[in-house]
Design a protein around this ligand. Structure first.
Ligand code: ATP
Length: 326
């Protein structure tokens, strides 16, 4: 029995979470789902976007499934990643549709520092934001990237930074990247400036295998990556630390399409697969992934963002109906 904290959050977070739970309930695995509040709606209701009991519940659970939050993202998900010390954000960018040159790379994003520490202040002539890069966080994210590459049989890791301008902070990140790389002599390494990386992702996306980068750069590159493979509805992510795992789609609460049952549940479902792998339920994760791929490639029961006509829940129910019976 796995204790899972479920945070649907705001907007389409609720719809894609319902869809995903529909599938997980059909796997035959015993889950104890405990629903918890966080986000804009929670703030309106309770006065706080991230109640203490939600944090405690996640810490006591085996894993957390997180939908999306809207305007309160900085107070909820950014804070949670720090509180839980989920120092790595793994974002696999993979083409699911049948295409000639499929894209398949993973962004390993540092999740606890950089510009997202939220230390901003007003000054007499404007405002300042602090960008923190530590040796410890850089070392563990680079090590994670190389270990990830090794485990998945990838043979190249690319660092994205801006060390020519941010000489001290990104200079440190780059130095630690190559220091770490020296322990993995069989893995090819390269580094690009973040702006060049953004362009190469468009011009040569199949050249990349694993990209390791700091917090804000990783956030931006992953939305760009989503754009390469069918949009934000397709990309899952895992926030992993020593003691906690929190799994969420890369997209936000998408207020423009919320409540219409047209959100693509793929990103949330694949995030749940990343959770199943984290829980070492490899067979079930693989089974769901294969059905998601087949469903999208069949182009029948899929949502409008990928040229279908099915609703969020219809797509999920179809996937659930195809599960191999245990
Ligand atoms: P937030 O303020 O919560 O970040 P946002 O609208 O700024 O919301 P996203 O939620 O990431 O940012 O969405 C950006 C756009 O991508 C949305 O306008 C929506 O049309 C599209 N989108 C995001 N997720 C999905 C999805 N699961 N299915 C279909 N379209 C999506």
């Amino acid at each position: 029995m796995y204790n899972i904290t479920v945070i649907p959050g705001d907007g389409i977070g609720k719809e894609v979470m319902d869809a995903t739970i529909t599938i997980l309930r059909k796997t035959g695995i015993k889950f104890n789902f405990t629903y918890a509040k966080a986000g804009d709606d929670c703030k309106k209701e309770t006065g706080t976007a991230l109640p203490e009991e939600t944090i405690t519940l996640i810490k006591e659970s085996d894993a957390c499934l997180f939908g999306a939050v809207g305007e309160t993202a900085a107070d909820v998900i950014v804070k949670l990643r720090r509180e839980l010390d989920t120092y790595v954000n793994v974002r696999p960018i993979k083409t699911i549709q049948n295409v000639e040159n499929p894209i398949d790379f993973t962004i390993i994003r540092e999740n606890t520092e950089g510009l997202y520490i939220g230390e901003e202040q007003i000054t007499t002539d404007g405002a300042i934001a602090t960008r923190r890069i530590t040796k410890k966080a850089s070392k563990r994210i680079c090590e994670y990237a190389f270990e990830y590459a090794k485990k998945l049989g990838k043979n190249k890791v690319t660092a994205a930074h801006k060390a020519n301008v941010l000489k001290v902070t990104d200079g440190l990140f780059k130095e630690i990247f190559y220091e770490t790389a020296s322990q993995y002599p069989t893995i090819e390494t390269e580094d690009y400036y973040i702006d060049a990386t953004a362009m190469y992702l468009i011009t040569n996306p199949t050249d990349f295998q694993v990209i390791v980068t700091t917090n804000l750069y990783g956030d931006i590159l992953s939305d760009e990556g989503a754009g390469l493979v069918g949009g934000l509805g397709m990309i899952p992510s895992a926030n992993i630390g020593e003691n906690n795992g929190l799994f969420e789609p890369v997209h936000g609460s998408a207020p423009d399409i919320a409540g219409k049952q047209i959100a693509n549940p793929t990103a949330m479902i694949l995030s749940a697969c990343m959770m199943l792998n984290y829980l070492e339920e490899y067979e079930t994760a693989k089974n769901i992934e294969e059905i998601v791929i087949k469903t999208i490639q069949e182009e029948k029961i899929i949502t409008p963002d990928i040229n279908g006509t099915a609703s969020t829940q219809e797509m999920a129910e179809y996937i659930a109906s195809q599960l191999r019976k245990n």
